[in-house]
Every structure is written in structure tokens, then in C-alpha cells.
Design a protein around this ligand. Structure first.
Ligand code: TRP
Length: 468
């Protein structure tokens, strides 16, 4: 273990890798859907406030905890807690491990949806060249796809192998290189889609729906849902950003990077929402159809509309699923890196073995998730939490509702209460911090605002509110 630790080669490398982690299915799939369910405008505004008041301070906290210790989640949290409370090392380590476990579980089912993007990519390429089959029901196609066990296993295996292959090559040659290559492509495709969507008849209504707040429509639970989602979308609460932070060298600014990551993630979520809503509002009967299901928009409504309604849809269709796949891949690599980095840093296992071992172990659970939609067998019928049927929903419920908020709560305590003022100050005010940043304000948010807000989520979950 005497090797030098890999570091991001530049600020851009760090920002692209971490933004790649943050931008994922949460932005393209979850955010548009919850915005739809919560009637737009006011919800979006609340979300932006949550991102700024809770997400951004915790992003800085995670990156600084990682950078200070130069260790991944477990080692970093041990050191953070021990700075004022030497006896608390064990607790810090346990919380880090809780994060590693969250990464393990999240990756096991995230891969399944990521695999769907491969299926739709191949389908849309076929339709682009062969024409959309007349009379085919997109809903039936989706149903047949998810309930086909062999297909599901093949798709998730393909995606898992891709993820392992990137992480295998390490921080610079794997993760950073892929992020540098794929994120610009992702932005490019999204912009093309935005131009196309804005030329549709429903674009004006879509923009109004997203950006014009109507507080009469806002329910109390929506505030907590926005808060919960800000954790998920920024990859917080489970040590992913601590791990990426541990690859930051002394030369790069945590504050600047956090600002860029959070801003880009938010921008992409908003753009994705405007695109989806423009399509929905342009097509008669679409509103009713969308309300029904979470996966509906991305994998049932859109595929068909590319070939009937969306300008340049025959080109944008396949490109869109490339976008989903790339967004998912830059997230799955960061999830696998959390688990691998734990094995490398804490267990002294070599990267190649750690990556393949962790990837294979996680894939066992991916099999469970992939078989959750077959409609038969315990994997698709079990119900541990109320109304969460199947392994997939159970895992998603457990991670989004319980693991990320509790992990995030502890990160606020570690950075705000256990680390010394001097330590966090040195990490954040390193001479390259941007002018908008105010250390005292950060400290106030991380000590008071963020923990109280996160505690509210945890209490709501305990009394039975459901965010997944
Ligand atoms: N941020 C990812 C998304 O929006 C999901 C996610 C949550 C994640 N926690 C993570 C990704 C940790 C990587 C690492 O889709």
C-alpha cells in the first residue's frame, strides 16, 4: 500500500467526474416525474432552495472530508470524527461503511434501469432505419421487455461489465478519462433535444409550468420530497463525494468545484424537465397517460413520440438513449468506485481484484433486481415495506428513504461539529476559493440548517411518508 494515491489531473477532471456521478437517472427520470406529480413551478422553486441551502453545503462537506484525509468513505469519516472525539473513530467508520453498503445496494438496482437504455437504444436504431412498426403498443413492448428474464439479465450484465471495465483502470485512466469523453457528448445531445423540444407547440406551456410558481398547488410533503431528491441527485449521503474528494490534490478548490457540480446538475435536471414537458404538452392525451407511472415518460411515452411528434425524432430517438446510457454509466462507475475504494484503502486489496470482486458481488444482487418485474416468484412479489412490491422497489425504498438521509445527517455532524473550525476552514479557504463564498455562512448552514432539514426528512420517513 505504499503506492501514491491517484489524483484528478485538473479542476475540469474533478468537476466532470463528480458531475458525471451526480447527473444520472435521477435527473432524467426521477426529477421530471416528481416535478410533474407536484405540479411544477412552486415545487421547482422549493427544490432550488433545498439544493442551495442543504445540497451545496453538504457537497462541500463531503469533498472536504475526503480531501483532508485522502481516504475513501470509511477512513475519511473515522478521521473526521476523531479530530475532536478520539473515541468516535469506530462510529465514524461504521457510518462510512453504511455508505459503502448504500452504494452496493443502489448500484445493484440502478444497473437494471441503465440496462433498459441499451434495449431502447437498439430498438430505436432499428426503427430509425426500418420505420416504427405500425400499430405497435409501446406499453406492451415495455411490459414484454421487463418481464423477459433472460433479456433483463443480459442487459444488466452488459452494463455491469462496462462499469467494471472503467473502474478497473482507476481514477485517471478510467473514471476521469470516461467523464472527459462522455460528459461533453451528453451535454451536446441534451442541447439538441432542447432545441427540438422548444420548437414544439407545447413549449411555452411547458416553460410556464416549470418556472411559474403557484404556491396554492404545493403540498407540505412536497418540500420533503424536494429535499430528499436533492440528496439523491447530488450523489450525497453515502460517501460517493467523500471518495471523489479523496482524489483532490491540494491545488484544487473544493468550493469552486462544488459550485460547478451543483450548478451543472441542477441545470441538466431543469433542461430534461423542460424537454419532457414540451413533448407532453404538445401531444393530445399525453397528460393523462403520463400521470400513471414513473417509468412511463422515459421508456413508454417517449420512444413512440420520437417517431410521430418530435422534430428530428428519428435521429434524436437513438441519441436520447445514448444520453440516458452515458448519464447512467458515469453514475454507476462512481457507485462502484465507492465500494472498490473501500476494499483498496481499508482492506489493502489491489484495484483490479477489488473492482472485479466488488462488481461480481454486486451483480448477484443485480440479478435479484433484474428479475423483479417478471411477475412471478418471490423477487417480484415480496413486500417488506408497505406497498413496495418486489426486490427492486424494496431496495430503492430502503436506500432513498433511509440510507441516504441518515448518512447525510451524519456527514453534517462530522463536518460541522466533529471537525475543528480550523480544519474545515483550511480546507475551504485555501486561497483559491471564489469570491461568492463565505466561510461563516457555510459553517452556519452545515451546523444548523442542513442537519435540521435532514432530521425532518428522517422523522417524516419514520412516521410513514414515502419518497421513493
Ligand atoms: N446522482 C445519481 C442520479 O441522479 C444517483 C446517485 C445517488 C448516485 N447516489 C449516488 C450516483 C452515488 C453515484 C454515486 O442518478
Amino acid at each position: 500500500m505504499s503506492q501514491r494515491r491517484d489524483h484528478w489531473s485538473s479542476n475540469a477532471g474533478l468537476v466532470l467526474a463528480a458531475t458525471g456521478s451526480a447527473i444520472g437517472l435521477g435527473n432524467l427520470w426521477k426529477f421530471p416525474f416528481i416535478t410533474w406529480e407536484n405540479n411544477g413551478g412552486a415545487f421547482v422553486l422549493v427544490y432550488l432552495i433545498c439544493i442551495a441551502a442543504v445540497g451545496l453545503p453538504i457537497m462541500m462537506a463531503e469533498l472536504l472530508i475526503g480531501r483532508r484525509s485522502q481516504k475513501s468513505a470509511v477512513g475519511a469519516l473515522k478521521e473526521a470524527v476523531a479530530s475532536k472525539w478520539p473515541g468516535g473513530r469506530r462510529l465514524g467508520g461504521l457510518v462510512g461503511f453504511w455508505g459503502v453498503l448504500a452504494g452496493f445496494i443502489l448500484l445493484s438496482y440502478y444497473t437494471v434501469i441503465a440496462g433498459w437504455s441499451l434495449f431502447y437504444f437498439f430498438k430505436t436504431v432499428g426503427w430509425t432505419f426500418g420505420g416504427y412498426p405500425a400499430g405497435m403498443s409501446a406499453g406492451d413492448l415495455f411490459g414484454a421487455q421487463v418481464s423477459n428474464a433472460g433479456l433483463q439479465l443480459a442487459l444488466s450484465l452488459g452494463f455491469s461489465v462496462g462499469t467494471i471495465a472503467v473502474v478497473y483502470f482507476g481514477v485517471n485512466k478510467g473514471i476521469e478519462r470516461i467523464a472527459r469523453l462522455f460528459l461533453p457528448i451528453l451535454f451536446g445531445i441534451l442541447l439538441l433535444m432542447l432545441f427540438s423540444a422548444l420548437s414544439m407547440s407545447g413549449a411555452g406551456e411547458a416553460l410556464a409550468h416549470v418556472f411559474r410558481p403557484n404556491f396554492a398547488e404545493l403540498e407540505r410533503e412536497a418540500v420533503l420530497e424536494a429535499l430528499g431528491h436533492s440528496f439523491f441527485t447530488l450523489s450525497l449521503g453515502m460517501g460517493a463525494m467523500i471518495t471523489y474528494g479523496s482524489y483532490i490534490s491540494r491545488k484544487l478548490s473544493v468550493v469552486k468545484a462544488s459550485g460547478a457540480i451543483v450548478a451543472l446538475d441542477t441545470l441538466i435536471a431543469l433542461i430534461a424537465t423542460v424537454i419532457m414537458f414540451s413533448v407532453i404538452f404538445s401531444v393530445a392525451g399525453m397528460r393523462e397517460q403520463v400521470s400513471g407511472s414513473t417509468v412511463g415518460m422515459l421508456f413508454i411515452s417517449l420512444p413512440e413520440l420520437f417517431y410521430s411528434e418530435v422534430p428530428f425524432g428519428v435521429v434524436l430517438g437513438p441519441l436520447f438513449y445514448v444520453l440516458v446510457a452515458l448519464a447512467a454509466l458515469t453514475s454507476t462507475i462512481s457507485l462502484l468506485e465507492v465500494v472498490s475504494a473501500y476494499l483498496i484503502d481499508q482492506r489493502g486489496i489491489a484495484r483490479n481484484k477489488a473492482t472485479i470482486g466488488a462488481g461480481a458481488a454486486i451483480f448477484v444482487f443485480t440479478i435479484f433486481a433484474a428479475l423483479s418485474f417478471t411477475g412471478e416468484g418471490i423477487l417480484s412479489t415480496m413486500e417488506i415495506f408497505k406497498d413496495k412490491v418486489g426486490w427492486f422497489s424494496t431496495a430503492d425504498h430502503f436506500v432513498s428513504n433511509w440510507m441516504l438521509p441518515t448518512g447525510g445527517f451524519f456527514v453534517t455532524l462530522a463536518a460541522g461539529w466533529f471537525m475543528t473550525r480550523e480544519a474545515t476552514r483550511t480546507e475551504l479557504m485555501d486561497g483559491s476559493e471564489p469570491r461568492w463564498f463565505h466561510y461563516g455562512a457555510w459553517r452556519f448552514f452545515i451546523r444548523w440548517v442542513a442537519p435540521v432539514a435532514v432530521a425532518a426528512i428522517i422523522i417524516a420517513v419514520i412516521v410513514g411518508v414515502d419518497f421513493s
